[in-house]
Design a protein around this ligand. Structure first.
Ligand code: NAG
Ligand code: NAG
Ligand code: NAG
Ligand code: NAG
Length: 475
């Protein structure tokens, strides 16, 4: 381990030294984090705000427990062991699930249409989860891929095409490690002093994924057992940013080795369901799942385990106000369907966005994130010239804010919304306050003792439930 560490430190300083020389001036990214971190975030990603995450693989066949089924079962977790004892013959192997991933109802155009109607701007599919099964014809995953067994279809290719045809951006999730890959396990046994798995499996797979499918998101995972020097992450990313066919639009997350999450990457995921509740100074994404207990489909899903539409809207609004994107996960079934209850949540959310999306898409963080008096109110804003994540300091003058949005999650009983942080803003110019979905109507407000009281329209006349957005613009 010591030896590896020395090599790692050496390679970092070597790369940094190269960067001081003329080579750096050519605009090529160097294989070190200092250089890679300088890459500007491709604008489409910050503007998009809403993505759909899909966990689909062989784990969708037992569809019990979670997508960690294989690992939990082999780790002798009792509910998994009992489930197998009760339902499958002795000696049944995980590999025998693969032919049952039939996907006979998989209609990629229907899926793409659903995600579009849900208001998503990008879609991220598990191209390979920790089980190692690839949803594309990996040249290095013999007989453990979706073309040779199970669906007999190139799932990544088909969904990628449909998603792009519907005007959405396509991305792939990809697990660096594989629980039971013998080559990986050998490297691990050698304390990662050997690097056979990255050279013979990981890199060829990643390059095939990027070159053949040209995704715009590469959502890396399964990094936590080894250092980025083992995965050779910085070399891969330098290739991705300099020479790959998607170099100008690809975005990657932060799961590239021990100590990297929350520190490096185009956007940070930090942990699953990361939602810090305050403004962040680097682009981030909140990846969460509608089924609070699993990312993959579970046949024993209960309604009480599911996020409500209120939960979903709150999660998205609080995320976007703080500069994040929301990546909303559903787990498709082995037959290739998306459960109607997930469809219902997504479509209801899409309906909400059709009225209120103006406060979400292409928005920027405002001066305040949630109101300091009324924590049910979250702010976003729109600038005359889009500058992404940069929060607003002086909204009217230097930042040219064309609209400020106050999204409130609870309708006040007396029909009067009370907030604090809008007060100095409303004092600074001649403003009109309106509600999204009520074109042409302006609302009255009064200011008293530092608080703003906004008289809302009759609730029976508003177009959405669950949350509402006020638009504040100069008259
Ligand atoms: C699980 O139990 C089996 C049978 O008792 C044993 O052979 C195996 O080593 C156990 N696996 C783990 C990871 O503990
Ligand atoms: C990492 O990738 C680069 C670029 O392909 C290669 O030249 C280098 O040898 C790799 N490093 C290791 C330690 O495998
Ligand atoms: C936002 O709301 C949370 C609780 O809902 C509260 O703890 C936090 O202090 C609020 N943040 C701000 C900036 O008011
Ligand atoms: C706003 O206040 C004015 C003057 O009191 C009143 O005439 C008008 O009806 C109010 N508008 C709304 C939408 O409440």
């Amino acid at each position: 381990m010591m030896k590896r560490l020395v090599i790692f430190l050496f390679s970092v300083s070597y790369a940094a030294a190269v960067c001081i020389s003329a080579k750096c001036e050519t605009g090529r990214y160097q294989p070190n984090w200092e250089s890679l971190d300088k890459r500007p975030l491709p604008e489409w990603y910050d503007k998009a705000k809403i993505g759909i995450f899909l966990h689909w693989g062989v784990f969708s066949v037992p569809s019990y427990g979670s997508e960690w089924f294989w690992s939990n079962w082999h780790g002798n977790n009792s509910i998994h062991v009992d489930f197998m004892k009760k339902n499958y013959r002795p000696g049944f192997t995980y590999q025998e699930f693969a032919p049952m991933l039939t996907a006979e109802f998989f209609n990629p155009d229907e899926w793409a249409k659903l995600f579009q109607r849900a208001g998503a701007k990008y879609v991220v599919l598990t191209s390979k989860h920790h089980e190692g099964f690839t949803m594309f014809p990996s040249k290095k995953s013999f007989s453990w891929n979706s073309v040779e067994v199970g669906p007999h279809r190139d799932i990544v290719g088909e969904l990628g095409k449909a998603v792009k045809d519907h005007g959405l951006v396509f991305g792939v999730y990809h697990s660096l490690f594989e629980w039971f890959n013998p080559i990986y396990l050998k490297d691990k046994y050698e304390l990662f002093a050997t690097r056979d798995y990255p050279t013979t499996k990981l890199w060829p797979d990643l390059k095939q994924l990027i070159n053949d499918y040209e995704p715009s998101v590469l959502w890396s995972d399964g990094d936590w057992e080894a250092l980025d020097s083992y995965w050779n992450s910085t070399d891969f990313l330098a290739w991705l940013y300099n020479d790959s066919p998607v170099k100008d639009r690809i975005v990657v997350n932060d799961r590239w080795g021990i100590g990297i999450p929350c520190h490096h990457g185009d956007f940070y995921n930090c942990q699953d369901r990361y939602n810090p509740g305050k403004l962040q100074n680097h682009k981030w994404e909140n990846a969460f799942t509608l089924d609070s207990k699993s990312w993959g489909w579970r046949r024993d899903l209960q309604l009480r385990d599911l996020m409500t539409l209120d939960d979903l809207i709150k999660e998205v609004v609080s995320t976007v106000s703080c500069g994040g994107n929301a990546l909303i996960n559903v787990g498709p079934t082995k037959e290739g369907t998306i459960a109607p209850i997930f469809q219902e949540r997504l479509l209801s959310f899409g309906k909400w966005l059709r009225v209120n999306g103006e406060a979400i898409y292409e928005s920027s963080p405002w001066q305040h994130q949630n109101d300091s008096r009324n924590t049910n109110v979250w702010y976003t804003c729109r600038k005359t010239s889009y500058d992404g994540l940069r929060p607003t300091s002086k909204p009217l003058k230097t930042d040219k804010v064309s609209a400020t949005y106050a999204i409130f999650l609870k309708w006040p009983a007396n029909n009067v919304l009370q907030v604090k942080d809008l007060t100095p803003y409303l004092h600074s110019g001649n403003f009109a306050v309106g509600m999204l979905g009520k074109a042409g109507e302006t609302l009255n407000w009064t200011i008293s003792n530092g608080l703003t009281y906004i008289t809302l329209p009759d609730k029976a006349t508003v177009r959405t439930e669950h949350a509402w957005a006020l638009r504040i613009t100069l008259k």
